[in-house]
Design a protein around this ligand. Structure first.
Ligand code: 2U9
Length: 357
């Protein structure tokens, strides 16, 4: 029996995996194993022999069973250790670089100028890009025969044959939003309307879709002086200069009277634009006192209320601020040119605090 014990304990010690353990179990202590066979032999023994051989066989069986269990547990531990070693992750490694998007310069310029006007008390209003010709033209003192209606290179929406209602248009300016705001809110009102507008035009300085921000302030006793101050504050904050000189040139728009185009003093040194100093002037926006007919179209009494309005091209403003030469780059380029101009990934801390150039 000692030989048997030595044989199986030796095999168990040598077993390399669970399958080997199972094979030893079947051979040694299984139903038809060696110990079971020996148990059967007990019947042939004398009672005295049986008294020593029986307990000895049972003890051997227990010993082999516990050696099998211990070896099984040791193998499982070793397998776990191996997995922990081979599947180990260094969570302190730096993450792999990920491709990240950036805010579009037009969005960035739009956010910046919105924040500046918000600080001066202007709310932001938005409206539909598909408009009726009343909101886009008539309410703005641009009647059917008016040349501006043709000048604005309007995109007209298709009407079904036999439908003789005036067609909807892609808004040619954000002014309809201001008419809608006047209708909704009445006076007094201070609002800016940033957003995309459409004109059938395409060359180095025009794209069929571009962005405007228009501003409107209506109250009792508003004058050109309020307009001038507002625009000066805006230009100083947007171009981050302490002082700036604005030049108001008489102009004409159907929706304002009087009307003025506004230039800022600037210089071009070696192709580099400097805002606020120099001997040059650059046109940046149009403005004026809102025409009484337009105030009335918004449902406000022009005998009681006056107002100023202005319109700025955001795309051009972004080009000037960030030094981007061709307007078309805004709409047919990818991230590489944005990176070239120093536009940072969305989660960079300098997002709203100017550019890291
Ligand atoms: C209402 C009343 C008046 C908005 C105005 C301009 C002058 C103007 C251009 C600037 C560059 C368009 O993007 S651009 O091409 N805009 O010159 N816009 S006054 O006047 C309004 C608007 C709404 C109710």
């Amino acid at each position: 029996m000692d030989d048997l014990k030595a044989k199986y304990l030796g095999q168990i010690a040598e077993a390399a995996d669970e399958a080997a353990i199972e094979a030893i179990r079947v051979a040694a202590v299984g139903k038809k194993g060696e110990i079971a066979l020996m148990m059967r032999e007990l019947g042939k023994m004398t009672p005295e022999e049986r008294q020593t051989a029986g307990p000895a066989l049972n003890a051997l069986k227990d010993e082999i069973n516990s050696a099998l269990a211990a070896k099984k547990a040791a193998l499982a531990d070793a397998a776990l250790d191996e997995r922990l070693r081979s599947e180990w992750l260094d969570v302190t490694l730096p993450v792999r670089p990920r491709r990240q998007g950036t805010l579009h310069p037009i969005s960035q310029a739009s956010e910046e100028l919105t924040a500046i006007f918000a600080e001066m008390g202007f709310a932001v209003a938005e409206g539909p890009r598909i408009e009726t010709d009343w909101y886009n033209f008539d309410a703005l003192n641009i009647p059917g025969h008016h040349p501006a209606r043709a000048e604005m290179d309007t995109f007209y929406m298709h009407r079904a044959e036999g439908d003789n209602r005036p067609p909807h248009v892609l808004r040619t300016h954000t002014s309809p939003v201001q008419i809608r705001s006047m209708e909704l809110q009445g006076a007094p009102i201070r609002v800016i309307c940033p957003g995309g507008v459409y004109r059938a035009d395409y060359d180095q300085t025009h794209t069929p879709m571009f962005h405007q921000v228009e501003g409107l302030a209506i109250d009792k006793g508003i004058s050109m002086a309020n307009l001038k101050w507002t625009l000066e504050e805006f230009v100083k904050a947007f171009f981050e200069v302490d002082d700036v000189e604005l030049r108001f040139r008489a102009s004409h728009f159907p929706f304002t009277e009087p009307s003025a185009e506004v230039d800022i003093r600037c210089s071009w040194e070696g192709g580099q634009l400097k805002i606020g100093e120099g001997d040059d002037w650059m046109e940046i926006l149009g403005s004026g006192m809102v025409h009484p007919k337009v105030i009335a179209a918004g449902g406000i009494d022009p005998e009681v209320y006056q107002g100023f309005a202005f319109g700025i091209g955001i795309d051009r403003l972004a080009m000037l601020k960030y030094g981007i030469p061709d307007l078309r780059a805004f709409f047919d380029s990818d991230l590489r040119w944005l990176r070239h101009y120093g536009f940072a990934a969305l989660d960079m801390p300098n997002l709203h605090g100017g550019l890291s150039r």
